[in-house]
Design a binder for this molecule. Sequence first.
Ligand SMILES: C[S@@+](CC[C@H](N)C(=O)[O-])C[C@H]1O[C@@H](n2cnc3c(N)ncnc32)[C@H](O)[C@@H]1O
Length: 279
Amino acid sequence: MNILKALNIGYNLLKSNRINSYKIDTELLLSDSLNVSRENLILNFKQSVNAKIYNNFLLKLHRRKKREPIAYILRKKEFWKNNFYVNRDVLIPRPETEFLVEETLKIISNYQKKRLLEIGIGSGCIITSILKERKNCYAIGIDCCEKALKIAKTNVKLHQIENRIKIFKSNVDNFNTGKYDLILSNPPYIDKHQLKYLGVSEFEPCKALNGGMNGTEILRRVIIKASQLLKTNGKLIIEIGSNQKYKVINLLNNSNFFINKIIKDLSNQDRCIVSTKLI
Ligand SMILES: C[S@@+](CC[C@H](N)C(=O)[O-])C[C@H]1O[C@@H](n2cnc3c(N)ncnc32)[C@H](O)[C@@H]1O
């Protein structure tokens, strides 16, 4: 067995199972099994693949055939400027969530010392990306899911920011510690009745997606908590569902927030709201 032959087996298997990204997926899976870069793979078609590696590659192909997201099979996902460890206990970081990072970095200049809170830290991709770029900032991250916290802690260690962040298991409603300059959250915001129709992955944790009635249940609780824990003039930066803008603006206004900005994602959908706590 050589690389070219293994690739062709992978292409055929995934293509016949209607995986549109069969080519790149096969190449990523084989390079992961061989522990080489994808470029290296393409340049060494004739190199042999031993039985152990081939079997490992086949196992991964069969997981992908069943439509398990490639990030879970590879146990990593690129987000902002770094790779994050992921498994099925956390949501796979999404490109649209990078707007939260971008907007936060616009608010905090390079040398400012700010206290941040992230509600629903998941893999830790948002807060880790921010702390890596703003070396004087400190953060607390909370999540109600014990298994997700384990992954967040792994990523915090991996990116060597563990001395600037504390991570706690807590439901948004029960967390009452400290006052913050900025609060960030990408909460679950999918309407619970639509979860099964939206084509969201059956592999991802329901807790990370289910936003209750209208999808705004956790958003509402995040806004209430932010109104209690933000300093006056502190900023709340949240991700929202594309059809939730007016509902969320209403919730923010009712809790005395001023709306600074609504940011659209690359598909031109309303995705992120920056607001300020007035009193
Ligand atoms: C959409 S995921 C976001 C994860 C990560 N911040 C990201 O952007 O990739 C939402 C996270 O909120 C957590 N969560 C859901 N309900 C919560 C609640 N009531 N209190 C605290 N965390 C909650 C979930 O466990 C999940 O990790």
